[in-house]
Design a protein around this ligand. Structure first.
Ligand code: AMP
Ligand code: MG
Length: 416
């Protein structure tokens, strides 16, 4: 399948995707650390090391419902032991266990002194005065020792760790109701273009619905950042200036449209008043034009990403350049998606001087990848059907079916 009709080399010098990403990652700030309630910290990056405040569990307890005994009394079975009491989770044993004795005990209850072993209730007759132990039980069985999960003073998480459910649980077990994490970026997003209208407006001749703002706001949220959705900005310097001023209260700005060659006349002068920006032609398809820079807002530097307007170009350039930047701003060390090698099922023709990110359906079990269908930069269904981008390097102009290609697994969860 041919990837494009137009494959003439542009007059403007092309930048490689790797260079563009390296410049972007070098240009975005890591956001400050903020204290956050534990339940709001999922997916954020821990900003300091965490030590256990005490042993977890903090006391020796039973892992089973059964009888707390002395190991030497149950080395062989059957044996009868005198039941001297009962202890449940949340209670505390009122006496010790002496030779020939047993205490009924529930899961999580503190072990009585003297006892070092729990015989599970299934291996007994469950009696309350004199219990018959039916199975020989090794010493130490079903006892959880203090500190066997975490030791008091031990460093259990390090700065830079991405908090998943398990880490949130660890923080809870050491009593951290609030944690210091990298701030969740607030990312302003707006669309530009005189032809763009919002979803509730009637669609007049020549107008198109604004899908990019919805796509991009969702893609922003999927990185863990918080989108701040602005409206549609008309192709006029005043409108653009006002929108950028308002948006610069955010931690980053993402726009779509108006950055193609011959179409960026407003962005350029307005941004040179408010900050600095570069307009790049990147040697990729889709998404050749891209603007990156920063707006100065007091002492703050607010990164701005001007993405191309075509729906696929906007989302692919977000995936390649903005997503890594937003993850880096959140303090993530690894900002890359996982990759795989796959056998290509469809031949692909492409311009030899461009790196092409074709939308693919990767079958991990079969080790194959095929195209989603038509690959035009306005065919958003190609993204909706895809679970990967097929990363085809600069160089070849035809990739035969059967060739081994690189795929970027865009459906995988965020890197850690
Ligand atoms: P531009 O990058 O401004 O030249 O836009 C290129 C093309 O992308 C336009 O002709 C539109 O068809 C499309 N486009 C621009 N902005 C949007 C948007 N917000 N939502 C959907 N399509 C858009
Ligand atoms: Mg436009």
């Amino acid at each position: 399948m041919p990837i494009s009709a137009t494959s003439a080399k542009p007059a403007q010098k092309l930048m490689s995707a790797d260079d563009a990403l390296a410049r972007i990652l070098a240009g975005v700030p890591t956001l400050p650390a903020v204290e956050t309630p534990l339940l709001e910290a999922l997916g954020l990056v821990l900003a300091d090391d965490i030590a256990a405040d005490r042993d977890v569990p903090s006391f020796r307890n039973s892992a089973m419902d059964g009888y707390a005994v002395r190991g030497e009394d149950v080395a062989s079975a059957p044996v009868e032991l005198r039941v001297v009491g009962e202890v449940a989770a949340g209670g505390f044993p009122d006496r010790a266990v002496a030779p020939g004795e047993a205490m009924r005990i529930m899961t999580g209850a503190p072990m009585p002194d003297g006892a070092d072993t729990v015989v599970r209730v299934e291996d007994t007759d469950n009696a309350s005065d004199v219990v018959t132990i039916a199975a020989a039980t090794p010493k130490g069985m079903a006892v959880r020792n203090a500190g066997e999960d975490l030791r008091a003073g031990e460093r259990i998480l390090t700065a830079g760790t991405v908090l998943r459910a398990a880490e949130i649980g660890l923080l809870a077990s050491v009593g951290r109701a609030r944690v210091l994490v990298r701030k969740r970026p607030r990312v302003a997003v707006f669309s530009t273009g005189d032809e763009i209208v919002d979803l509730d407006a009637p669609l007049e001749r020549g107008q198109i619905r604004d899908s990019n703002r919805y796509t991009l706001a969702s893609a922003i949220r999927a990185t863990g950042a918080e989108p701040q959705v602005f409206g549609i900005v008309r192709d006029s310097p005043d409108a653009l200036r006002a929108a950028l001023r308002e948006a610069s209260a955010a931690d980053a700005i993402v726009t779509s449209g108006g950055v193609s060659v011959g179409d960026h006349d407003h962005m350029k002068p307005v941004l040179s008043e408010l900050g600095t920006i570069d307009f790049w032609a990147i040697a990729i398809r889709p998404g050749r034009p891209l603007a990156f820079g920063e707006i100065k807002d007091g002492g703050r530097r607010v990164p701005i990403f001007g993405l191309p307007g075509n729906t696929v170009s906007a989302l692919v350039t977000f995936e390649l350049f903005v997503r890594p930047a937003l993850l880096r701003m959140q303090g993530r060390a690894n900002v890359s998606r996982p990759r795989a090698k796959a056998r290509l099922l469809d031949p692909i023709d492409k311009p030899d001087f461009l790196r092409v990110f074709a939308r693919g359906i990767h079958d991990a079990e079969a080790g194959t990848v095929r195209l989603t269908g038509p690959q035009g930069s306005g065919i958003l269904r190609s993204m909706s059907l895809a679970n990967c981008l097929i990363d085809l390097p600069v160089g070849p102009s035809r990739i035969e079916s059967g060739a081994t290609v690189d795929v970027i697994l865009t459906e995988q969860s965020e890197p850690r």
